[in-house]
Write a protein that binds this ligand. Structure first.
Ligand code: CMC
Length: 424
């Protein structure tokens, strides 16, 4: 099949068909409007491809997620976050020399300009760290204003290196503690934990179990093909806005509770159930009542209609980490019970609603001592290499055009201006 036919008002149009390497099929409607005057309608983009991309493959029915062809399960088990960043950005796993150089670059660029620290003083203590993160990432463009002339590569490294420093500073600011500078001898994840939890007066021991868990969490978040935040990054980048502005927009898109903000919402929900006496069945009932406006946070996904492979990995990891750290978290038990009840309930089964990545990530972050309002920031740190790979893919494609959707207008038809004296 190389073309598809569309008949409209008695006229038939032949539309080219595109096939991906995993046999995904798309009807190319780029020229439909020019040929027929009609556009297609797909609010929420359920059946709309915005681009061709060679970064990540998802099969939602089979629960498959692969970065550059490598299964997420193998990467989570055998790779680390920095190596996965390289893979996403460059398409191949790095050799030893490339990886060493990349790690060295991330260390070299890990500090933020000393003047930028003053920005943190301007935010109120109650400021949400996602607001601080997106503002800080956007303001990096004031320090590296010639980002378009400079190599995109160095700005990519700057962003990956600095994002964890900015995130940790935002946290320190929120609890009124002095900031901790990055330490060159530490790995990417160990450095982040140290900046978050070390205090100048005390020795802070970095727990290797937490470093491993953090690496895995960040890998699981690292990319997810087109989605609200990634497509936002591509949308903004398509106007040729600079890399910092594009990523800052992605951070804002991620913040919402239907997207990356769900991990915070899940934990808050589990907490509410716990404080309410732990009757999780009551909350399952409530989620089924449309009028309640309540949803089981961490359940459901636009693409995964079988299981979310990331949730499966995280579920197991939650048990392992909590056990190794000797933590008995009642919220984990509530989460497991909630999952069990929902997976047997016809409402959830018939709608194919399964736990997603955010259902268990909050339990893990909590075990690491990361406060609830930082959960979405953790997601942003993890998703950054994906956003950057998409930014790069779009900019490297000479044929890419500005993203500019169409609409069907449903407002008033033409009418004459009414003078104030005649208005009701
Ligand atoms: N609890 C109860 N009912 C739900 C839920 C839920 N979590 N999710 C979907 N439904 C129902 C929804 O009411 C609708 O029912 P009906 O067909 O009777 O009207 C049906 O399932 C389909 O839902 P939808 O809202 O049309 O599906 P969507 O593809 O537009 O939304 C979603 C996907 C993830 C936004 C949604 O499932 C949701 O709100 N989940 C809770 C928030 C959440 O966990 N988000 C994190 C997503 S994973 C991380 C990421 O990639 O961002």
């Amino acid at each position: 099949m190389t073309t598809a036919s569309l008949t409209l008002d008695g006229k038939t149009y032949e539309l080219p068909v595109i096939r991906g390497t995993e046999n995904e099929v798309a009807v190319d409607i780029t020229r439909l409007r020019a040929q027929s005057g009609a556009i297609t309608m797909d609010p929420g983009f359920n059946s709309t491809g915005a681009c061709e991309s060679a970064i990540t493959f998802i099969d939602g029915d089979l629960g498959i997620l692969r970065y550059r062809g490598y299964p997420i399960e193998e990467l989570a088990e055998r790779s680390d976050f920095v190596e996965t960043c390289w893979l996403l950005l460059n398409g191949e796993l790095p050799n030893a020399e490339q990886l060493k150089a990349f790690r060295a670059q991330l260390t070299y660029h890990s500090m933020i300009h000393e003047d930028m620290k003053k920005f943190f003083e301007g935010f109120p203590p109650s400021a949400h760290p996602m607001a601080i993160l997106s503002a800080m990432v956007s303001s990096l463009s004031t320090y590296y204003p010639n980002s378009e002339e400079e190599s995109t590569e160095v700005n990519i490294v700057r962003l990956i290196a600095k994002v964890r420093t900015i995130a940790a500073y935002a946290y320190k600011k929120s609890i009124g503690q002095p900031t901790i500078y990055p330490r060159n001898e530490l790995s990417y994840c160990a450095n982040f934990l140290n900046m978050m939890f070390a205090v100048p007066a005390e020795e802070y021991k970095i727990n290797p179990v937490l470093v491993k868990a953090l690496n895995m969490l960040l890998i699981l978040h690292a990319d997810h093909e087109q989605n609200c935040s990634t497509s936002t990054v591509r949308m903004v980048a398509s106007s040729r806005a600079n890399i910092f502005a594009s990523i800052s927009a992605g951070i804002s898109a991620l913040w919402g509770p239907l997207h990356g903000g769900a991990n915070q919402a899940v934990l808050e929900m589990l907490q509410v159930i716990h404080e309410d006496g732990g009757d999780y069945k009551k909350f399952v009932m409530k989620a089924k009542e449309k009028d309640s406006g309540f949803r089981l946070m961490g359940f459901g996904h636009r693409v995964y209609k079988n299981f979310d492979p990331r949730a499966t990995i995280l579920r197991k990891m939650s048990y392992d980490v909590l056990q190794e750290m000797g933590i008995d978290d009642p919220l984990l038990e509530i989460a497991c019970n909630l999952e069990k009840v929902a997976l047997e309930d016809d409402y959830f089964v018939s709608r194919k609603l399964y736990p997603n990545v955010d259902f268990y990530s909050g339990i893990l972050y909590r075990a690491m001592g990361i406060p609830t309002n930082m959960f979405t920031v953790m997601f942003a740190i993890g998703r950054l290499p994906g956003w950057l790979a998409h930014f790069k893919e779009l900019r490297d494609d000479d044929s890419s055009r500005i993203y500019r959707p169409r609409q069907v207008y449903t407002g008033a038809t033409q009418r004459s201006y009414i003078p104030m004296s005649e208005r009701k």
